[in-house]
Design a protein around this ligand. Structure first.
Ligand SMILES: C[S@@+](CC[C@H](N)C(=O)[O-])C[C@H]1O[C@@H](n2cnc3c(N)ncnc32)[C@H](O)[C@@H]1O
Length: 276
C-alpha cells in the first residue's frame, strides 16, 4: 500500500469525527496518526484506499472503524484524578440521593468515558472507605468507553506506577497486590464493577444502559466540537434519574445556553444537578 494522500487521510479523519465526535485538526491528524493508519490498512490486506474506505462507510467490516477509534483516542487517566470529585460524591451527592430514593433501590453510577478503569475503581474505593453508604445500599458501577482496548485493560485491573501517582500508600496496600512494578486491583473489587465498549454517540446502546443517579463524564467532551458536546450533554440529561448529578472535569463546562442543569459550586469544583 502506497503512502496515503492528504485528502484520503482527511476522509478518515472526517469519518471518525462524524461517528465518534473526536475532532482532530487536519495537520495534527496527519502528523500523529498517518503511520498507524497506513500500517492498519496494509495489515488488513488492502492494496488500495478506496476499498478500505468503502468497507468502513458501508459497514462491511465493523472491526475497522473500531480499530481506527483505538488508534486516535487519548486514554490518559489515573486513580483519584481531580480527587475533590470523589469526596463530593460521598459527602454531598450520595447522602442526598440516598435520602430520597425508595428503600432497597440500587444507586447506579456511570463513568462515561472510563478509559482503563481507574475512575470506576476510584469511585468504588471511595465508597468502601466511606463505608456507611455501601452498608445501606446496593450500588451498580458501570464504565463505558469507545476504545475496545482500554475496556479490556479495565477488566484486567492491572496498573503501572503512573496510574497510582495520586493514590495514598494506605489505599495501595488495602486494595492492590503489588507484583514487580505492577499493581493488581483486588479481585473482589474487579467483580463488583462492569465495563462495556460503548460509543456515547450511539443513542441506541446508551439508552439500553438504563438510568443513572450519577454520571461522571470527565475529560472527553474537550475532544468534541460544541454541537456534539451539546448533543451528548442532552443525552446524559435523559439518562439521569430525577435529582441526578453530572460531573464534568475542571476544564469542562456545560454551555450557558443549555438550561437542563443547576450549577452547584463546592470548593474548587462545579457539579451539575438535573433540573426536574
Ligand atoms: C482522557 S480519557 C478520560 C478518562 C477518565 N474519565 C478521566 O478523566 O481520567 C478520554 C476517554 O474518552 C474516550 N472517548 C472518546 N470519545 C468517546 C466516545 N464517543 N464515546 C465513549 N468514549 C469516548 C476515549 O477512548 C478515552 O479513553
Amino acid at each position: 500500500m502506497k503512502k496515503l494522500q492528504s485528502e484520503e487521510l482527511k476522509k478518515i479523519r472526517d469519518l471518525i469525527q462524524l461517528k465518534s465526535g473526536i475532532s482532530i485538526k487536519e495537520k495534527k491528524f496527519e502528523i500523529i496518526h498517518r503511520k498507524k493508519i497506513e500500517k492498519l490498512i496494509s495489515e488488513e490486506g488492502y492494496s488500495d484506499f478506496k476499498t478500505f474506505y468503502h468497507d468502513i462507510v458501508y459497514n462491511r467490516k465493523p472491526e475497522l472503524i473500531q480499530k481506527l477509534y483505538n488508534i486516535v483516542t487519548i486514554n490518559e487517566t489515573y486513580f483519584f484524578r481531580e480527587n475533590e470529585h470523589f469526596r463530593i460524591l460521598t459527602e454531598k451527592i450520595l447522602p442526598e440521593i440516598n435520602s430520597i430514593r425508595p428503600k432497597g433501590e440500587t444507586i447506579n453510577i456511570l463513568s462515561a468515558p472510563c478509559s482503563t478503569g481507574e475512575e470506576v475503581y476510584s469511585i468504588l474505593i471511595q465508597l468502601l472507605e466511606e463505608n456507611r453508604l455501601i452498608k445501606e445500599r446496593d450500588f451498580m458501577l458501570l464504565g463505558i468507553d469507545i476504545d475496545s482496548q482500554v475496556i479490556k485493560e479495565a477488566k484486567k485491573g492491572v496498573y503501572t506506577e503512573s496510574s497510582m501517582r495520586n493514590t495514598p500508600e494506605k489505599i495501595k496496600s488495602r486494595y492492590f497486590k503489588n507484583a514487580g512494578n505492577l499493581y493488581h486491583i483486588d479481585k473482589k473489587l474487579k467483580d463488583s464493577v462492569s465495563f462495556e465498549n460503548v460509543n456515547v454517540l450511539d443513542r441506541y446502546k446508551m439508552k439500553k444502559l438504563g438510568k443513572f443517579d450519577v454520571i461522571f463524564s470527565r475529560n472527553m467532551l474537550i475532544y468534541f466540537e460544541e454541537n456534539v458536546r451539546k448533543e451528548v450533554i442532552a443525552n446524559f440529561y435523559s439518562m439521569l434519574k430525577s435529582d441526578g448529578y453530572l460531573i464534568l472535569s475542571h476544564v469542562e463546562r456545560i454551555p450557558e445556553s443549555i438550561q437542563l442543569f443547576k450549577k452547584i459550586k463546592i470548593g474548587n469544583s462545579i457539579i451539575y444537578k438535573k433540573n426536574s
